[in-house]
Design a protein around this ligand. Structure first.
Ligand code: BEZ
Ligand code: FE
Length: 303
């Protein structure tokens, strides 16, 4: 085939492909909900563009279908491999980014280890029930616009231990609720709790997401962090992390969740008086993290 014939065949193919894309997109015109229609049309346009760009063989398309099938089959009541896939592809972080508000503390991924019922604890309590790690005190304030305190805000925290494991990953070694606590901020929006310095750790790699990471020679580690959800009536709930400033992997988080403003100094304090005041032994590490919430526009409309 000479190049002119090949070129003409490509042009013909492109016209057919574009007509196909438009026909499929138009097939959703009758969707009752305009957002559903918008989403389905965009999915078709982008998926068709991907096929035009990659020109997968039938065998490659079959492999893609098998991969996504395996991701689905790896999901159960306690494991969500699709969320993990969205995490390692940076999609979870991108969804956070497009929903973020520059006036508030940056949000970041929820991750799979949050429990809906964190143990309720009093301000200053320890979330560590094992006592083998480096003692640590975390303090902070929940504020709204202009730095005004948000009294009574709930602050739900969870973290892994000093070896990089969450309680739910080691039910035989860690008591349930270890590394977790649900606190209520005081009248000035302040919160504080004792814990141990968390470690960096690998995300689960025994499923299809692990295969993807190995195939691309990517590591599976997350930098050390404490998860936090801050919530109060009239404000958008914030799901975020505090990252330990001297942790490995801050520059290469497997789930792309590190953001400026979330990396916090866990400073060493070697002062027995301060240690006694916080109820920990010296030396200990101390982190201070203020959370700025943004008003919930929907709540304003409902008022
Ligand atoms: C986590 O930080 O708990 C996490 C987040 C995303 C994927 C896996 C773990
Ligand atoms: Fe985590």
């Amino acid at each position: 085939m000479d190049s002119q014939v090949t070129g003409e065949a490509r042009v013909g193919e492109a016209q057919v492909a574009s007509a196909l894309t438009e026909a499929v997109a138009a097939s959703f015109a009758g969707a009752a909900d305009p957002r559903t229609r918008e989403v389905l049309e965009a999915v078709v346009r982008h998926a068709h563009a991907l096929v035009r760009e990659l020109r997968p063989t039938q065998q490659e398309w079959q492999q893609a279908v098998e991969y996504l099938t395996a991701v689905g089959q790896a999901c159960d009541d306690t494991r969500q491999e699709f969320v993990l896939l969205s995490d390692v592809l940076g999609i979870s972080s991108l969804v956070e980014a497009v929903n973020g508000d520059p006036d508030g503390t940056a949000g970041t991924v929820l991750g799979p280890f949050h429990m809906t019922d964190s143990p309720v604890r009093a301000l200053g309590d320890s979330i560590d029930q094992v006592g083998t790690g480096t003692p640590c005190v975390v303090t902070g304030r929940v504020t709204g616009p202009g730095g005004t305190p948000v009294p009574g805000a709930s602050v739900d925290v969870w973290q892994c231990d000093e070896h990089g494991f969450y309680d739910v990953q080691q039910p035989d070694l860690q008591p349930p609720g270890n590394g977790r606590g649900l606190f209520t901020a005081d009248e000035q929006g302040r919160f504080r709790f004792r814990t141990v310095v968390p470690s960096h750790y690998p995300i689960p790699t025994d499923g299809p997401v692990g295969r993807l990471l190995r195939a691309s020679h990517r590591h599976s580690f997350r930098p050390a962090h404490v998860h936090l959800i801050a919530a109060a009536p009239g404000f958008r709930t914030l799901t975020t992390h505090l990252f330990v400033a001297d942790s490995p992997y801050l520059d290469s988080d497997a789930v792309f969740a590190v953001k400026p403003g979330l990396v916090v100094d866990f400073a060493e304090v070697d002062d027995p008086e301060q240690a006694a005041r916080h109820g920990v032994s010296a030396p200990f590490r101390q982190a201070d993290f203020d959370v700025r919430l943004v008003p919930d526009e929907r709540a304003k409309v409902e008022q």
